[in-house]
Design a protein around this ligand. Sequence first.
Ligand code: NAP
Ligand code: MG
Length: 484
Amino acid sequence: MTLTPLGLDPTLCFIGGAWVRALASARLALINPSDGSALCEIACGSDADIDRAVQAASAALHGDWGKATAAERGRVLARIGQGVLAHVDELTQLEALDVGKPLKQARADVIALARYMEFYAGACDKVHGETIPYLDGYTVYTLREPHGVTGHIIPWNYPMQIIGRSVGAALAMGNAAVLKPAEEACLTALAFAEIARQAGLPDGALNVVPGLGAEAGAALTRHPGVHHVSFTGSVGVGKLIQETTARNVVPVTLELGGKSPQLVFDDADIDAALPFLVNAGIQNAGQTCSAASRILVQRGVYDRVSAEMGKRYDAFRVGPALRDLDVGPLISARQKDIVEGYLAKGDGLQVVGRGQIVDDAPAHGAYVAPTLFTGVDPDHVLAQEEIFGPVQVIIPFDTEEEAVQIANGTDFGLVAAVWSQNGARQMRLAKRLRAGQVFLNNYGAGGGVELPFGGTGLSGHGREKGFEALYGFSTLKTVAAFHG
Ligand code: NAP
Ligand code: MG
């Protein structure tokens, strides 16, 4: 396995359609979280590199990219999607090594990235304006136009999926993008840039500058040449970015964390629910913004659901990404410390299931055994704060009303699910649950490239994915013509 598929040199930035050296000589080390070893070095982009990238994006808007028709944008996005699929094995390996994802999960992300490109390729020429009936002698219509240069700051947990949903939609609408991937995982972002270059994406339409959040990321959010910022990451940094972009009066999409609940009622099909209940907790070792970290269970099925989920937890095996077990390592030793800190706060709670780290797992891997707590009070810190690790809590409830109160009883509002055969209850709860997405008798099934996604409360605002994202990545102009 080469770390430089596609002939990549990971120490370079991608600016203006070319691989260039960062202006500062400092480098960042990428760590393989499966064993703690150094993978390679990447560039540590500075203010000046971000400035070059924003200028290149700006130039693209006045060049070939800005002149491309919607259909031409669609064709190039489609070729990028095919390029992603043509490199599925290399991208899978890179993500497994960099993020620690078991191969199956890494591969699913590659497929999702290709699917985003396919979806947005097809959508490019289908965003239409409107004509508006108005005064006598007037014709009024609306135009959907790109913001201009869009900044994209992404986390390490799902680099490819987040590139797909944010860069894909931004390019579809004719913006030129500057992407700052996470310092802990940026190999697939660099590989994606090379795939886009080979697919014929015009110079400057996409620029990738790796670096530190506080340096390259902050420089991107405050740059006066950036017209929209899409941020996915933590609540704390999201608040900072909202403040910074406010100074330039620039719109921002914030996809922050969650504490998403799945509600299981006595009348639910428990066998159908079980795989979704546990998978939504341990997928990507729980480092998923839409992880269902709270499982609310009605008393009549509480013992059964706790026991069955516990059995599945006991069977989970944790180990190196390339072994392709149920769960890989966390992204870093630091993340492992954070999650272990939370587990310590669960002292005294009942543990009903715990996975096992394989005996031969490397000592310096960031492994945490998946842990399932039951009988947890809704106000307990483990039921309130986002843990971002393979930890779920089961909370019992008696009535539908109580379930809604508990489900809505955190500062977040990203995703929720209802497991019940009662159609009226499904409809009631879909309205009452505070979340950007509600799943009825499933949870995130199919990946949901087509489904608008985003939160309320501390989970953020704005929507990505689906067609809705195209409205967020464009601005509306109203044209009123008087012709008598
Ligand atoms: P993070 O620390 O907020 O980092 C996210 C990105 O922001 C990284 O690229 C980071 O750079 C950059 N950044 C850090 N400080 C910055 C600053 N001052 N200005 C501009 N950019 C800055 O989050 P994380 O630890 O990577 O990811 C975990 C969190 O993300 C969790 O809370 C999770 O829920 C949330 N998340 C949400 C979603 C969603 O869709 N809602 C998806 C994934 C993750 P570095 O490279 O230096 O880290
Ligand atoms: Mg890494």
